[in-house]
Ligand binder design. Structure first.
Ligand code: ADP
Ligand code: MG
Ligand code: ZN
Length: 438
């Protein structure tokens, strides 16, 4: 019997609003002296009353709209109760039964659709630092606005997870709602993993939650490890159960943190100190109109101009770069320069868009100062030379490390003084390497 993974993701993103979610403290806490961005509300002192940060709500709606969610005209905050030293109130204000955004979807590069269950508004906890036997607490992060985005269990491999996480990160930056820096913890990922016999429609009765893994690379490794571990266990006829696991990078394996018996009962109930959140359609429409063109809409528009898929995605990478590209397209059209030639120029030459003008690159292309090398024979010669000069990467690629091809592409770019057509180079290198393999 073969098994297939079933994976659902929960992404937390910290919003870059000026103030915190339920008080006026500055939310710009990164690198600041501990416990300087605090007040009775975010310290959870008795009698302190929260009030809602409207900007955070707007940002959450933006995210929801971009993910094709329905925005609830009426939603509610609830208390999620649990005891932990980083949580001064003994509960987190979150949304549970009545979230702000429900039921959306996002399309991956592969064309596969991931359904979004909900996107809701909540607040961050404080931060613990363990020093020897002591634990230090910094409440600067306590109460910083968070949006949690939960998918349906639609992922079946880590490639999809990679693409999804990248798309969300790009979206947050496009919308200007967060820096979405994973290293800094602006964006955090949790995965729920289970496996089932291929063809089975029902979800497995258990799921393993991978938590508190603060690097994207480790998360991918942990998911891969879990798929293998669970598949092997089922093959041996073992029964798997609901649990939470962490990642041990030294041993490169996941380890049990909490079993189902120890699971929290959060005792959610409506937050009595906050009103219901009522929105009218006019406000939602207003926010919808304020959204920029979304990254995937941009790259689709570029694809319609006959730009290669890979390049269309590359020039839509950031809102600034795509703006630059759009301006260049406009000028290019006037001078009869093809969109693909402009895309090639940007992808290969990586102009500094803060210094160079879009009109300048059109002049460059017109003057043929930068003839792109896209002749197959010429490229093949360069590719062979790059492989010759970097046998290690070629071996790595053949051993399955697909990323190793980047070093070889880099080699060809160097040999061609940046003039080679990167998309074609990749094709040719792949072909050559596969030939050597057989
Ligand atoms: P919780 O409130 O405990 O986090 P949710 O119902 O919100 O639980 O689900 C959390 C995540 O788990 C969602 O992303 C969902 O898609 C995913 N999930 C649910 N069932 C499974 C399963 N059998 N295997 C993998 N993921 C699952
Ligand atoms: Mg959860
Ligand atoms: Zn405060």
């Amino acid at each position: 019997m073969t098994y297939e993974p079933v994976i659902g993701l929960e992404v937390h993103v910290e919003l870059s609003t000026k103030s915190k979610m339920f008080c006026r403290c500055s939310a710009d806490y990164f690198g600041k002296e501990p416990n300087t961005h605090t007040c009775p509300v975010c310290l959870g002192l008795p009698g302190a009353l929260p009030y809602i940060n409207e900007q955070a709500i707007d940002d959450c709606i933006k995210i929801g709209l971009a993910l094709n969610c329905t925005i609830s005209e009426k939603s509610l905050f609830e208390r999620k109760n649990y005891f932990y030293p980083d949580l001064p109130k003994g509960y987190q204000i979150s949304q549970y039964r009545w979230p702000l955004c429900v039921g959306g979807k996002i399309t991956l590069d592969s064309g596969e659709i991931i359904r979004i269950n909900r996107a809701h508004q909540e607040e961050d906890t404080g931060k613990l630092t363990h020093k020897g036997k002591d634990t230090l607490i910094d409440f600067n992060r306590s109460g910083v606005p968070l949006v949690e985005i939960v998918t349906e269990p639609d992922f079946t491999d880590v490639e999809q997870i990679r693409d999804y996480a990248k798309k969300l990160q790009q979206l947050f930056r496009y919308l200007g709602v967060s820096n979405a820096d994973m290293e800094r913890g602006d964006m955090r990922l949790e995965a729920n993993v289970s496996v089932r016999p291929e063809g089975q429609k029902e979800l497995p009765s258990y799921r393993v939650e991978l938590k508190n893994i603060n690097s994207f690379r480790f998360m991918v490794a942990a998911v891969e490890y879990e798929i293998k571990r669970q598949t092997e266990a089922l093959e041996k006829g073992e029964k798997l159960s609901q649990e939470t696991r962490g990642w041990d990078e030294d041993k490169r394996q996941t380890y049990l943190q909490r079993s189902k018996e120890e699971a929290h009962d959060y005792r959610y109930f409506p937050e009595p100190d906050l009103p219901e959140l009522i929105l009218d359609q006019k406000k939602i429409e207003q926010i919808k109109k304020s959204l920029p063109e979304l990254p995937w809409d941009k790259s689709n528009r570029y694809k319609e101009l006959n730009i290669r898929v890979e390049d269309a995605v590359r020039v839509a990478e950031s809102i600034e770069l795509s703006q630059f590209f759009d301006d260049a397209l406009k000028h290019g059209k006037k001078h009869g320069v093809k969109p693909q030639d402009i895309a090639n120029y940007i992808v290969n030459k990586k102009p500094d868009i803060e210094k160079v003008l879009p009109t300048q690159i059109i002049e460059d292309i017109k003057d043929k100062k930068v003839g792109v090398i896209d002749n197959n024979e010429q490229l093949e010669v360069l590719a062979k030379q790059a492989i010759e000069e970097n046998k290690k990467s070629a071996e790595d690629f053949k051993a399955g490390k697909e990323n190793a091809i980047q070093a070889l592409i880099g080699g060809v770019m160097r040999l061609s003084s940046g003039k080679a057509d990167a998309g074609k180079v990749k094709e040719i290198l792949t072909k050559l390497l596969l030939e050597i393999k057989n």
